[in-house]
Design a protein around this ligand. Structure first.
Ligand SMILES: [Zn+2]
Length: 106
């Protein structure tokens, strides 16, 4: 009886140490995965924004529909505006009040 008890304790100790090792490995790989995911997300946001996130129908600077693609966004008057390029965003931000009408907010 006593021998069997000792056996199970040592088995638990082995199992526990394996669990710790496995846990440590998982944490390391998860950290790596998170880094990969976040860098991929950054790449995606450079390629294009989701037009459902913006409230304007047209790029207020050049008049291009946001459905054609957005490569930059700006916040104005608690709304998110999409722009075809960072240059259009910069132009808009120089004088947003004069250009906001052209954005055709939804
Ligand atoms: Zn534009």
């Amino acid at each position: 009886m006593k021998k069997a008890f000792q056996h199970s304790v040592s088995l638990m100790a082995i199992t526990f140490s394996i669990f710790l090792m496995a846990c440590g490995n998982n944490t390391a790989s998860e950290a790596t995965n998170t880094d990969t995911t976040s860098s991929m997300a950054v790449t995606d946001s450079v390629v294009g924004y989701d037009i459902s996130l913006v409230q304007n129908k047209k790029d207020p600077t050049c008049g291009m529909p946001v459905t054609a693609g957005i490569s930059d966004t700006a916040h104005y008057d608690n709304k998110v505006l999409g722009f075809c390029s960072p240059g259009c965003k910069e132009e808009f931000l120089k004088n947003p009040k004069a250009n906001i009408a052209a954005a055709e907010m939804q």
